[in-house]
Design a protein around this ligand. Structure first.
Ligand SMILES: Cc1cc2nc3c(=O)[nH]c(=O)nc-3n(C[C@H](O)[C@H](O)[C@H](O)COP(=O)(O)O)c2cc1C
Length: 733
């Protein structure tokens, strides 16, 4: 919770100020080159910090008679003003040891003046300065909250520089650069704020010097030489900002007025006595330091750091928004059913949205299958009077901690014991790069285990690094346990939005009175194999319809059953030859024809034959392959499969074709063919052969039951053992 308050503050401040901060950062980068460039001017002298006023002032006064002012700029360049012998005024940089002229005043270019005004006041005078001042203060707050977030993330200041795990580019470098540049950014923004506050006289000024001073000297007082003034001997030139020289060198009522960092002095020009001084002002001394820090006039190194830090601010703005976009892109979809109505409840714990992305994909499928499912954040946990199942998807943060939208879950689960028995399954998302891999999911799983009302549906499933493959194994287990046909293809759970490509229609066949299936033959430049899936988007929304594909003569072939109200099948049926449409091919590696196998048995019903037609056509290695297929009628379509098969048998791509018709005189299902050839199936499994099955899910269940009986009877083993051994590949829907 505390993390989210800091994060919220960090984000809101960034939202408010990012345009101004972008502008001040860009102009800041440009301005930071000024001190670098100025420092390259040769106006600085060796061992400047050692020079005292007692050394420099006598030299200057001897060399130039009539001096009015000496100034020290932020670069510690000394400039002198006065009148020459001809009465003309002069101003130039000097060497304070010799008085020698070093160069003329550095003129600001027009461009630089423009940039400075934009940086300071947006060309809006005082109003602009107030805006900039406020925004600079916001930058300070953003940087401080950013620093707190890093400290919290690293679990304390001591681990500040410990390893950061890379999630993705923007997130990783936002933190990595944050650790390096947040301190200079805090300095820039704080000192900038100070400068604006001073401008509006909100920082205590030095007290005004009393100018009504009676001199401690008169015409008779013995003149002390400048080099012997003790105050001049004590005062370093480097501490001076400005010296105003006495107008008349002989008048005891005229004084040196010396502006030091944080103090002002009035010095008697005859006897060297300090006639008056303002109390030392820490605020003003600090302000001078602030100004030097903000403008990079400390030294070249610091000026370079400032330039890079200003660049880093631009990067923080960019990467911060990428992070936010990623975080907010995945939202909980609008619920169709209420919490009271829901039979399946999905509870999500997600910090950055990845887990939510997976959960959304499940929610869409549950709803599409007519399930009354409801999805919410784990912190919103309450009573679900009609729930039969609770599915929890949660990530882990900190060190095995809950993500911020799940941190109240543990207390609320104690508060709301459900009133009926509910099955539960927990899927944890995490990273093995962290010590407590899926630590929070484990905690939640154990917590549910303890609830009287909760029955375990599946063992805890962990998903490392948002792996679609690992998540798909949970979907498969869930599908098998519940008969709810979730997609089991990893590609369905890949985070990024799918890129669609053009496919070209070569031909489509027509349905007949006795057969509602039709073929679609497509041309594509994409690589694919039989058993892959074609995803189409008939409603032009994010919902996809998947079809198993076969590769026949190099073309992509679909076998589709036309449903009266089927969005996908109607869409495909209406395609015309040579028409283009957008779709994507999903690799389905778990359902590719084995590259090496002693024997393969292919079992299909209805349109499930599609991938097998391709696999047989592609069986160039002539692996012994037996096809078992079941249809309703013996008609033109099934006859075409028979003629295809006999051609393939001649080529040795297929060994035998076994076909069953369920609506003909001799009623037979494909399952009956399996029973008939039970010995053959047992031998094939025993010898490491592979069975592939494609078609209706109900058919798959029936076949599995039959195969289990066969295995027990003939081999004294369960079919499960062969499944675990990877000898049973499925693609049923
Ligand atoms: C600061 C931080 C701490 C994390 N701590 C853990 C951890 O202790 N254990 C773990 O398994 N994963 C940890 N992770 C990894 C996340 O749980 C993982 O990336 C997850 O997929 C994020 O899902 P989400 O985007 O839904 O929050 C951490 C990630 C971050 C950024």
């Amino acid at each position: 919770m505390t993390l989210s308050i800091w994060r919220y503050a960090h984000l809101i401040l960034a939202y408010i100020s990012f345009l101004f901060i972008t502008m001040t950062s860009i102009t800041g980068v440009i301005l930071s080159f000024r001190p670098i460039e100025q420092k390259l001017h040769p106006y600085k002298v060796e061992q400047f910090n050692a020079i005292t006023l007692a050394e420099t002032l006598p030299v200057l006064q001897n060399k130039y008679g009539d001096l009015t002012e000496l100034n020290l700029d932020k670069n510690n360049f000394v400039s002198l003003e006065g009148f020459d012998e001809d009465g003309n005024d002069f101003k130039f940089y000097i060497d304070p040891r010799t008085g020698e002229k070093l160069g003329d005043p550095i003129e600001k270019s027009e461009f630089m003046s423009w940039v400075i005004t934009l940086h300071r006041s947006l060309f809006l005078h005082e109003t602009g300065r107030i805006i900039i001042g406020f925004m600079t203060f916001l930058l300070f707050l953003i940087a401080v909250s950013g620093l707190v977030l890093i400290i919290k993330r690293q679990k304390g200041f001591r681990n500040f520089f410990d390893k950061i795990n890379k999630e993705y580019f923007s997130q990783y470098y936002h933190v990595i650069f944050g650790r390096i540049f947040l301190i200079p950014v805090i300095i820039i923004s704080f000192t900038g704020t100070m400068m604006v506050l001073n401008r509006f006289e909100l920082i205590p000024k030095n007290e005004k010097l009393n100018t009504e001073i009676t001199s401690s000297a008169n015409e008779n007082t013995k003149r002390v030489e400048l080099k012997d003034f003790s105050i001049f001997k004590e005062t370093k030139l480097a501490d001076v900002r400005k010296i105003e020289f006495p107008f008349d060198r002989e008048d005891p009522q005229e004084f040196y007025k010396i502006n030091l960092t944080g103090q002002e002095l009035i010095v008697n020009q005859i006897n060297g006595k300090v006639e008056a001084k303002t109390p030392f002002s820490n605020a003003q001394a600090f302000l001078r330091l602030s100004s030097k820090l903000h403008t990079g006039h400390i030294n070249i190194m610091w000026a370079v750091i400032l330039a890079i830090s200003c660049f880093s601010i631009l990067f923080f703005i960019y990467s911060g928004f990428v992070i936010t976009l990623k975080r907010t892109k995945t939202k909980i979809l609008k619920n169709k059913y209420s919490a009271e109505e829901a039979e399946i409840v999905l509870l999500v714990g997600s910090e950055n949205g990845a887990t939510l992305g997976f959960a959304n994909k499940i929610q869409v499928q549950l709803l599409a299958n007519g399930k009354k499912s409801f999805m919410t954040q784990m912190n919103q946990y309450e009573l679900y009077p009609n729930a039969k199942q609770i599915i929890i998807f949660t990530s882990t943060y900190g060190i095995g901690d809950a993500p911020s939208n799940a941190n109240k879950f543990e207390s609320s689960i104690e508060k709301h014991p459900q009133n009926q028995e509910i099955d539960f399954t927990v899927v944890g998302f995490g990273s093995t790069a962290y010590e407590k891999f899926c630590g929070y999911a484990l905690e939640v799983d154990e917590l549910l285990e303890k609830q009287k009302w909760a029955n375990r549906l599946l063992p805890l499933k962990t998903v490392n690094d948002k792996s679609p493959e690992e998540f798909a194994t949970w979907a498969t287990e869930y599908k098998e346990k519940t008969d709810i046909p979730l997609a089991t293809t990893p590609a369905m759970y890949v985070g990024t939005a799918p890129k669609l490509k053009d496919l070209n229609v070569i031909s489509t066949s027509k349905v007949t009175e006795d057969d509602a299936t039709f073929n679609v033959i497509l041309n594509t430049k994409q690589k694919f194999r039989s058993g892959d899936l074609l995803a189409i988007y008939p409603a032009n929304d994010h919902r996809e319809r998947l079809y198993s594909v076969g590769k026949v003569n190099g073309a992509l072939q679909l076998v589709v059953k036309l449903h009266e109200f089927g969005l996908g099948s109607q869409y495909l049926y209406k395609l015309n030859s040579s028409e283009n449409f957008k779709a994507r091919i999903i690799k389905n590696t778990v359902f590719h024809f084995p590259k090496k196998a002693k024997k393969v048995i292919l079992i299909a019903n209805g349109t499930g034959i599609a991938p097998f037609l391709g696999m047989i056509d592609e069986n160039k290695k002539k692996i012994e392959t037996h096809l078992y297929a079941g249809f309703r009628f013996h008609n033109t379509v099934t006859k075409s499969y028979e003629s295809f098969s006999s051609k393939q048998i001649k080529k040795n791509h297929l060994t035998k074709f076994n076909i069953a018709f369920s609506r003909e005189e001799q009623k037979q299902y494909v399952m009956d063919l399996v029973k008939r050839d039970e010995k053959f199936f047992a031998d094939t499994l025993q010898n490491g052969g592979i069975i592939m099955i494609c078609g209706a899910l109900a058919m798959q269940h029936d076949i599995e039951k039959v195969l289990d009986l066969i295995c027990q009877e003939h081999l004294g083993k369960t079919f499960e053992e062969f499944k675990i051994n990877g000898q049973f590949l499925t693609d049923c829907y």
